[in-house]
Design a protein around this ligand. Sequence first.
Ligand SMILES: NC(=O)c1ccc[n+]([C@@H]2O[C@H](COP(=O)([O-])OP(=O)(O)OC[C@H]3O[C@@H](n4cnc5c(N)ncnc54)[C@H](OP(=O)(O)O)[C@@H]3O)[C@@H](O)[C@H]2O)c1
Length: 368
Amino acid sequence: MTPPPRRVKQWLTGQNGLDKLRMEEVDCPAPGEDEVLVEVHAVSLNYRDTEVAMGLYNHHKSVEHPPALVPCSDMSGVVVAVGPSSKNTSDPLKSPTFRLQPGDRVISTFAPTHLSGQVQAADVANGLGGPAPGVLTQYRVFPTYGLVKVSDYLSDEEASCLPIAAMTAWMSLNCMRPTGKIVGPGETILCQGTGGVSIAGLQIASAAGADVIVTSSSDEKLKRAEKLGAKYLVNYKTRPDWDAAVLEATSNAGADIIFELGGALTLRKSFECVKFGGLIACIGYLSGKQDEAGDRTNTNLLCLKRNITLKGILNGPRDKLQEMLQFYEQKGIRPVVDRVFTFEEGNEALKYLYSGGHFGKVVIKVKN
Ligand SMILES: NC(=O)c1ccc[n+]([C@@H]2O[C@H](COP(=O)([O-])OP(=O)(O)OC[C@H]3O[C@@H](n4cnc5c(N)ncnc54)[C@H](OP(=O)(O)O)[C@@H]3O)[C@@H](O)[C@H]2O)c1
């Protein structure tokens, strides 16, 4: 293993626009107690990274971002140096179970202190790529508890896609179930659009034997979704009444779980096509964060009339990521990488994601 260089490159955003990111050179950091230095190999992009870069990621009111920030949260890489281990093993964050060795292949977790159970405000305040420094850098120090080992069957690019998009899909499908039970045959899942979260949801739910309905603005993307196992396809541009199309596809029963990714312009329709007793996983806000005046039917009423569970999803804990990784390996699931950019093209990669032209994930290859 070659020793890390003295100086390393990283991208920086002043959160003032997608065209204003800049690259800088800094000293290579050294790991402290219970920390490791990781050579970053690949970084996958999430919609939130574009929002952070534009200064629009502001719905966690208690979280203050520093003025300049290394963007992005999801990386895969290799441990190249290990700091000393703490003697205080009674601290759950210093448990020997987290220890890593040089050469271990790892991925980051989005909110490193979120190890298990319900996410807390303090975990959100540790989120990588805002407010904590992100991963779009050649080398980064991580606490050992903020990394998870990944299997060799995944490429660096594929592995980098898992921490947010796939984890959020896994939690949307499985977080309301008794431990060990996951979504499966006889259930219908509706995935809105063909971005990172949706396509991960399609892959997981199909592998588990559930039926998946995918909506998209593009017939060409719908064909790709079909090849990945989507059973019903709806173009939400040519069928603005996509909720009716979902009911048609399910003999009027509706979907058991809806990946609610659109927000302002889609939630109302999701209520119309969710099954009695079903779950709407509130994940995103691609069509806006503010409701339009107009149909203001009260959300309480919309929930109760079909006995719906409306569940906010905010990524997931480390132990669930490990559970998901086992499922991925068992089923041989490989995340869909739409396009790979070079490290020098980091800013172009963010613009491409924001354009919405992708299917699945956009990745930056940091190490050639
Ligand atoms: N809560 C969480 O933990 C969490 C985690 C990850 C993401 N998110 C949120 O979830 C959303 C998706 O994130 P992502 O990273 O998967 O995004 P992404 O990869 O950028 O996906 C964007 C895709 O969504 C589809 N889309 C856009 N507007 C839509 C609409 N009005 N109705 C249906 N589909 C629409 C489009 O697909 P087509 O081109 O096929 O039409 C677009 O390509 C974002 O709002 C993000 O902030 C939340």
